[in-house]
Design a protein around this ligand. Structure first.
Ligand SMILES: [Zn+2]
Length: 84
């Protein structure tokens, strides 16, 4: 589930809990599809997208988003999820 699927008051509560993270999270999550595509292609994403990689280390919300996208990508490509 994405944040946008939540009721407004829950989204507001999330924003209020981490107001200083919003811009960084927006940038990180906008980058995730490319980040994951390149990662699955075997590229060095830690070097290509250092800010995104660093942010995933410190932000549980974006890590959750990342994990869901990776699982979707694996399902879409018919890959084995146990490799994650
Ligand atoms: Zn984040």
């Amino acid at each position: 589930m994405t944040v946008n699927a939540l009721p407004f008051h829950q989204r507001l509560a999330l924003q209020l809990r981490r107001p200083y993270m919003t811009v960084a999270c927006g940038l990180c999550q906008a980058q995730l599809p490319v980040f994951i595509t390149d990662e699955l292609a075997g590229l060095a994403v830690d070097e290509l997208y250092p800010q995104t990689a660093d942010h995933l280390d410190i932000c549980p919300d974006c890590l959750t988003e990342y994990t869901e996208l990776v699982q979707m990508a694996y399902a879409a490509f018919g890959l084995d999820e146990e490799l994650i």
